[in-house]
Design a protein around this ligand. Structure first.
Ligand code: AMP
Ligand code: MG
Length: 344
């Protein structure tokens, strides 16, 4: 199959809408990362997403809508849980996914057999325009091969999906750079399942106390199932082996420079780049968590593109604010391998 590269103008958006309405797959820009979209109401179209990504069928997808009214119009949920209206008015359109009891229109492929559904109203204008052009809600996980870093440019999507999907709509570089915050309202208490662009503090300012799922910070124990199946233990990983180094500036630089060798690379803050004696990739500015979220996946993909590193010593980000999302992704890229120089 030839994959079309469409511009996010009127023509491109209409074309993308047509492809989606007849059951095709399109890579679409959002403010978080690029999504791999299909008609969320068509189980067969959704099944193709799983095949194109190599995604395990037990990992449910987020349903994207263009207007809050789409929830009723398409019977996406069975009831409105406490807190949902408040959250939606505070953070939609935006990088927040809300899990609610699922409605009858949701095919099993979307919810992976769960009785809940994840819904998001994205802020990106082209994303909402495509949803409207297709005139259907769109199921869209990140548009990467399963396990790889998420795509933040149309080129990243092509690198993984060329020949496997009908089209990619090029809407430029994603603003946030990490996936949406996922919060579930389907249990007794609101619970954060995945950190993202909307911080825990902001959620709590609307909902009161929000529980943080164990899988956000910690590795699941053997046999434990994740409330959010996507929070598996190795994910977002480049081919090189990644190890997180928990240390202050000088200790990090000393560690890397004392291990400098062929095949060693650093994934570090901008100011560290000129201080390390190995190939270095910037993961944004220290203490500027948004810049780190924006840079992370692009840096992980650049490591793959260069293909010169066997081992990458990465700075361990601070798990505060949007930094919690950066930490959550990077610790999975590292398969939870951390060298803690602060403890010794
Ligand atoms: P992605 O679309 O690749 O960003 O992944 C979507 C994330 O949302 C994954 O971590 C899923 O496991 C999670 N998710 C989607 N639907 C649900 C649901 N109904 N319950 C719990 N987690 C969900
Ligand atoms: Mg993903």
């Amino acid at each position: 199959m030839e994959t079309l590269l469409l511009k996010a103008d009127q023509n491109g958006i209409e074309k993308a809408g047509e492809i989606l309405a007849r059951g095709g797959l399109v890579g679409i820009p959002t403010e978080t990362v690029y999504g791999l979209a299909a008609n969320a109401l068509d189980g067969e179209a959704v099944a193709r997403i799983f095949r194109a990504k190599g995604r395990p069928m037990d990992n449910p997808l987020i349903v994207h809508i263009a207007d809050v009214d789409d929830i009723n119009r398409f019977s996406l949920i069975s009831e409105v849980p406490a807190g949902a209206v408040e959250l939606a008015s505070a953070f939609w359109p935006g990088p927040l996914t809300i899990i609610m009891p699922k409605g009858k229109a949701i095919p099993d492929e979307v919810s992976a057999g769960l009785d809940t559904v994840a819904i998001r109203l994205p802020e990106h204008m082209a994303a909402r325009a495509v949803i409207r052009a297709a005139d259907r809600p769109l199921a869209a996980p990140s548009a990467n091969l399963s396990g790889s870093p998420s795509p933040t440019t149309a080129q990243h999507v092509l690198n993984d999906m060329d020949g496997k999907i009908e089209a990619v709509l090029d809407g430029g570089v994603c603003r946030v750079g990490v996936e949406s915050t996922v919060v579930t309202l389907a249990g007794d208490k609101p619970r954060l399942l995945r950190p993202g662009g909307i911080t825990l503090d902001r959620l709590e300012s609307v909902l009161g106390e929000v529980e943080v799922d164990d899988a956000v910070l910690n590795k699941l124990r053997d046999g434990e199932t994740a409330a959010s199946p996507g929070m598996k233990y190795k994910h977002y990983a480049p081919k090189a082996h990644v190890v997180l180094i928990k240390a202050d500036d000088d200790a990090y630089i000393d560690y890397v420079n004392s291990h400098a060798d062929d095949g060693v690379a650093a994934l570090c803050y901008e100011n560290d780049v000129r201080r390390v004696n190995v190939k270095a990739y910037s993961m944004g500015r220290k203490d500027d968590y948004s810049s780190q979220a924006h840079a992370l996946f692009d840096a992980l993909r650049a490591i793959d593109d260069d293909a010169t590193a066997d081992i990458v010593y990465a700075r361990c980000p601070k798990p505060d604010g949007i930094g919690l999302a950066v930490y959550n992704r990077l610790i999975r890229a590292a398969g939870f391998e951390v060298i803690d120089l602060e403890e010794v």
